[in-house]
Design a protein around this ligand. Structure first.
Ligand code: SAM
Ligand code: SF4
Length: 348
């Protein structure tokens, strides 16, 4: 039995159905932004001066857990916590533990800038976090500082070591390469990943939010060009394993690591999109490159606060949202950004 109306007209959840959109895509992966705040100000992600959301507008940890519980009840098997920087949110380790205990969840991951992993890698592992993605755009301390505006490379490299020491496996580095800023770091980053048994994904810069420091069109480098640079030193062979995600993976013979390319411009991956995002404010975003969304915070906060009533409302809202998930995104670097929110608010 699916979600239905109770005879007394209150909504009751009996046996939730999976989340399937109008294009037949099943949504089983959700990225949740646990904060819009961050200790870095990466040039492609934030402006130097940022105004962050007042606390009352952001979801509490308890509300995030309620959403996670209902998402998992509706068939979501993978959750990624992100931000902003998820590790600046106090109580995040407890949240990881609670979400990981939800029956039916297969994988709980986190994307982090790594700055706090020296202290938090072991507690996160003990709390049950399955995997980490760590962002790293440069191996040169001065360059790293320029790109992040506030970050310290040594701290992040120590964080990466701490993650390994804590027992995290299949950790993946994410790198955004900008022409004229760090395009000479492609090969050093590949070398570093190979030496440290890390996977590595190169992400094409996306036009999210208005930035002034560089022209996104001029800084843009397509994944194809990165593959040519890497191919000058290492033979890249397309990996047989398909992840269902937007990354296209390659392997280098003799190494176990995967090198991935996330190419929202040059390769439209919308056809197999299996994901949605929840912003820090509790907005369910149906597509990274569109504004289609549903306000889950109001659904959580308005009405009967009994657990059954909240669960029923949330699950009905999730199913309703499936009907407005767009078929695909359109990014155009030469135009003004169509999406004014920053990646940090979106949950990248
Ligand atoms: N603070 C964490 C971090 O940096 O890993 C998690 C949040 S961050 C928004 C997630 C990922 O989005 C990072 O790997 C970052 O490089 C990427 N990102 C941010 N802004 C982007 C943009 N405009 N285009 C492409 N990737 C972006
Ligand atoms: Fe912070 Fe991550 Fe955005 Fe950098 S990419 S400013 S670390 S949220």
């Amino acid at each position: 039995m699916g979600i239905g109306k109770h005879p007394d007209d209150s909504l009751e959840v009996m046996n939730p159905q999976p989340l399937i959109d109008n294009f037949g895509r099943e949504i089983n992966y959700v990225r949740i932004s646990v904060t819009d705040r961050c200790d870095f100000r990466c040039v492609y992600c934030m402006s130097e001066e940022m105004t962050f959301l007042p606390k009352a507008q952001t979801l509490s940890l308890e509300e995030i857990l309620v959403l996670a519980r209902n998402l998992v009840a509706c068939g979501v098997t993978k959750i990624r916590l992100t931000g902003g920087e998820p590790l600046v949110r106090s109580g995040v380790v407890g949240l990881v533990k609670s979400i990981r205990e939800l029956p039916g969840l297969k994988e709980l991951c986190m994307t982090t800038n790594g700055s706090r992993l020296q202290d938090l890698a072991a507690p996160l592992k003990n709390a049950g976090l399955d995997r980490l993605n760590i962002s790293l755009d440069s191996l040169d301390a001065d360059r790293f500082r320029e790109l992040t505006r506030t970050g310290r490379l040594g701290q992040v490299l120590a964080g990466i070591s701490a993650a390994r020491a804590a027992g995290f496996e299949h950790t993946k580095l994410n790198a955004v390469i900008l022409r004229g800023r760090n395009d000479d770091e492609v090969l050093p980053l590949v070398d570093y990943a190979l030496e440290n048994q890390l996977d590595l994904s190169f992400i094409e810069e996306m036009p999210l939010g208005v930035i002034t420091e560089h022209s996104r069109a001029e800084a843009f480098i397509a994944s194809e060009e990165l593959r040519t640079i890497i191919g000058s030193r290492y033979p890249l062979q397309p990996a047989a394993d398909v992840t269902g995600g937007p990354s296209r993976y390659y392997r280098i013979p003799g190494h176990n690591n995967r090198i991935g390319f996330i190419s929202p411009h040059s390769h439209n991956f919308c056809g197999d999109c299996n994901r949605v995002r929840v912003t820090t404010e509790g907005r369910l975003l149906l597509c990274l490159g569109n504004e289609h969304s549903l306000d889950l915070r109001s659904v959580l906060r308005e009405g009967d606060q009994s657990e059954a009533a909240v669960d029923a409302r949330v699950q009905v809202a999730l199913h309703q949202a499936m009907t407005i998930k767009p078929e695909k995104h359109h990014f155009n670097l030469d135009e003004e950004p169509q999406v004014l929110r920053f990646m940090s608010a979106t949950g990248g």
